[in-house]
Design a protein around this ligand. Structure first.
Ligand code: SF4
Ligand code: SF4
Length: 89
């Protein structure tokens, strides 16, 4: 059983109206997943090879362009402010 099957309640949601197609999510992904960057239709961009590290969310520079969800509840989202705070660490 894949990680994806075991954690089926978790989603990686993209809001295309907030995405600027900067490509950062693809560049930082340790699994070289491009769908988060390229997907323009679907909201859930979680793929089978995703290891749920959420580096894409952590590094996305746009507010709420990416969100991690458990069932329908968001528990982590991208934010410009958060990105700048993390860069100061
Ligand atoms: S990092 Fe965020 S804004 Fe940039 S392409 Fe990915 S989802 Fe879009
Ligand atoms: S959560 Fe991690 S593995 Fe999954 S798409 Fe984002 S950066 Fe890649």
């Amino acid at each position: 059983m894949s990680l994806f099957d075991r954690i089926g309640f978790i989603g990686l949601r993209k809001n295309n109206s907030k995405c600027t197609s900067c490509g950062t999510c693809a560049r930082v992904c340790p699994m070289d997943i491009r769908e988060v960057n390229l997907e323009e239709e679907k909201r859930n961009v979680l793929t089978q090879d995703c290891m749920l590290c959420f580096k894409c969310i952590e590094n996305c520079p746009e507010d709420d362009a990416l969100k991690a969800t458990f069932l329908t509840k968001s528990f982590f989202h991208s934010s410009r402010k958060g990105l700048f705070l993390r860069q100061d660490d």
